[in-house]
Design a protein around this ligand. Sequence first.
Ligand SMILES: Cc1cc2nc3c(=O)[nH]c(=O)nc-3n(C[C@H](O)[C@H](O)[C@H](O)COP(=O)(O)OP(=O)(O)OC[C@H]3O[C@@H](n4cnc5c(N)ncnc54)[C@H](O)[C@@H]3O)c2cc1C
Ligand code: FES
Length: 394
Amino acid sequence: MLHHYQNGCWTDNKPAVPPRGGPDGRGPIPPQPLATPGGSVDRYPAPRHGVGRRQNEPAAVLRGCFRGIVVTNQPLCREHYRLTLHVAAFPPSDPGQFIQILCPLAPGAADPPNAVDDGALQAKQWRLGSRPPRFTDPFLTADRPYLRRPYSIAGRRDTSTAAKAAGPRAELDIMYRVIGRATVQLEKLTPGDEVSLLGPLGHGFIRSDHLRRALLIGGGVGVPPILYLAERLASWGIAAVAFIGVQRADLLPLTLIADHPPATDHPIERPCLMEFARHGISSILTTDDGSLGIPGRVTTALRTYLLAHRQFDASSGVPELFCCGPTAMMRAVSQVAAEFSLPCQAALEQPMACGMGTCQSCVMKYRPPGALDWVYKLTCTDGPVFHTADIIWS
Ligand SMILES: Cc1cc2nc3c(=O)[nH]c(=O)nc-3n(C[C@H](O)[C@H](O)[C@H](O)COP(=O)(O)OP(=O)(O)OC[C@H]3O[C@@H](n4cnc5c(N)ncnc54)[C@H](O)[C@@H]3O)c2cc1C
Ligand code: FES
């Protein structure tokens, strides 16, 4: 029987217990060291797994809790916005990693009774001697987002400010679709507002040693990590083509280039989307209702494209697939990848609560390469990026 949860899966092995202090080994467990501090509050160690960036390269070493200052919060289409945040000393991040944003409270939302602001963003402390909270208190029954919400990093620019004392700053882009109580509040942010964010979290896409050509597949709210990946691939000089699928033309969160309308018939690469074209990447656009680009599913266009390009040019190498979007779309991409024997990675967007491996709300079934049995993995800390061949999609 499996007893212990260790390193993201259930195991028979007893977890390693840190040695106790004291001469006879019976004293309290000494505090465990945390990651190097610098520029943020509440730092905690990153997970041990070495995925992300180049194969065999160590993962990002730092993550933490930061204040993000809103630079812009612009509508992109009917339901999507781009939020740009200034964050001081944000650690290195990889495409596929995400941040957890504490979405602001609705104006006038009740605060805990007898609570005082402790100086940290939206954090409260109880006044000594005050009564404990009750489940019927208005601040607990109010319609408000208690949990942080995860958002993929959609882009990043690092600036060293002229005033050296202020230190390095990152400008982080996220793109969000307004669908519920937290995103309704995000929509109201204006330049200068502050939000609390945790990050960078999870592990990003892996760059294999064989990567020469990438096919990027983004659907709906899965477009943001694909944009960040496009930016990184361009900096590495890796050729890529983007396949973008949305439900309708008015839900496309990207900019069309007027001179280069998207192909409407066959999946022909065109520099039709500004966000990819600026990195020298051509795109193929599909809409479910046929209101723009090729009618139908993005996976159908991908399959047609691969059939037409079956004879992979030896110099350009076998293309590798990278995808993010609704689960059904990623499952379909995974099937296409299997059909053409192509490597494929997916950034899962499983609903999650803590984002840090504590609550176990984001488990997914994972079959390690070559193994018969599957194990549970945590999407937040073991992923969100996995090789699709290792994912059990049920
Ligand atoms: C790793 C990761 C990265 C993400 N990146 C982005 C991103 O870049 N942009 C973006 O817009 N969204 C992203 N999401 C999803 C995002 O976190 C949710 O859209 C957000 O939490 C919605 O909050 P809300 O309070 O507005 O909606 P809620 O009130 O929490 O939910 C509204 C409705 O959406 C459903 N829902 C919420 N989250 C998910 C989910 N993850 N999958 C399927 N259904 C869901 C709920 O069940 C509910 O029906 C990401 C999720 C994960 C796990
Ligand atoms: S979200 Fe809490 S463990 Fe993954």
